[in-house]
Design a protein around this ligand. Structure first.
Ligand SMILES: C[S@@+](CC[C@H](N)C(=O)[O-])C[C@H]1O[C@@H](n2cnc3c(N)ncnc32)[C@H](O)[C@@H]1O
Ligand SMILES: Nc1nc2[nH]cc(C(=O)O)c2c(=O)[nH]1
Ligand code: SF4
Ligand SMILES: [Mg+2]
Length: 253
């Protein structure tokens, strides 16, 4: 089995804040898949969105050094698993599957999650959740999931409302399968209060929400707190948190 990979590295989880299901501050091995079907205008992984343009993938040669070696795509699954295992520092909380969108290569994702679980690792899925039919194929292998709810201002797709409903469906499927799930909403100064209320209503009783300012941050702290309050009034005070991309401030991968 082969997959179109972007990179494999060892770092700590920089996102998720302190809500239940978050792995913020936990050491992980990150497996970044190439290719995505959405186009968020602020995506920080734009170079990996068109899988056909990712001719090489890279793996860190020594954990947490940022020193990489490059290999051609598509990568044999065994090669990717070897790259992950050489980064096992013995203190790894879970394997983070991110991208791009990892669920687009669901057969390889599933095979990899099966193998990593067999080896005793927990699986942490970072997904836009827009394809619940694919989520279904891996949900039973997911220990933790961070599911983005794409705000209207992300410009991710034409049918934004449809996307949000499918994302919430994915949250449900993952939760029913036993995963610890939270939703992540990236906000900008243009994010509408009424939209945040709508996301919160959809998530009520289902999963906690973290609100993550788009980087570089342009939303004011006052506005961020307004959105926090609106979400907490609907979801409950225990079910909302802020999340910042801390790895970007600390200059780690
Ligand atoms: C690159 S995405 C890959 C996983 C999946 N495609 C998704 O969007 O959830 C990983 C995470 O980074 C977040 N992210 C990407 N660019 C960002 C930015 N400029 N500011 C804040 N968060 C960002 C996404 O919202 C997502 O939660
Ligand atoms: N340190 C670190 N934490 C992260 N959390 C989510 C990431 C991602 O790109 O999915 C990410 C990432 O790329 N690096
Ligand atoms: S869904 Fe994720 S990877 Fe795809 S464009 Fe949006 S942030 Fe980037
Ligand atoms: Mg990132």
């Amino acid at each position: 089995m082969r997959l179109v990979m972007a990179e494999v590295f060892n770092s700590w989880q920089g996102e998720g804040g302190s809500v239940e299901g978050s792995a913020f501050g936990r050491r992980q091995i990150f497996v970044r898949f190439a290719g995505c079907d959405l186009h968020c205008i602020w995506c920080d992984s734009k170079g990996y969105i068109d899988a056909s343009k990712v001719s090489l993938w890279r793996y860190e040669v020594e954990p947490f050094t940022g020193r990489f070696e490059y290999r051609p795509n598509p990568a044999p699954l065994n090669e990717v698993i070897d790259a992950v295992l050489r980064l096992d520092t013995g203190d790894v909380h879970s394997i983070s599957y991110t991208g791009g969108e990892p669920t687009l290569q669901v057969k390889a994702l599933r095979a990899m999650m099966e193998k990593m679980r067999e080896l005793g690792f927990d699986n942490f899925l970072e997904t836009h959740g827009g394809l619940p039919a694919l989520i279904k194929e891996v949900a039973h292998l997911v220990d933790y999931a961070s599911v983005d709810i794409k705000d209207e201002t992300a410009g991710a797709t034409e049918d934004w409302r449809g996307l949000v409903l499918r994302e919430v469906e994915s949250v449900k499927l993952l939760k029913e399968a036993g995963a610890k799930v939270y939703a992540k909403l990236v906000v900008t100064s243009e994010t509408k209060t009424e939209n945040v209320r709508w996301y919160a209503e959809l998530l009520r009783g289902l999963a906690p929400l973290v609100i993550q300012p788009r980087e570089p941050i342009e939303i004011s702290q006052g506005r961020l707190m307004e959105l926090y309050r609106e979400a907490a009034l609907i979801l409950g005070r225990r079910n909302v948190g802020l999340s910042f991309q801390v790895h970007k401030y600390l200059n780690v991968l």
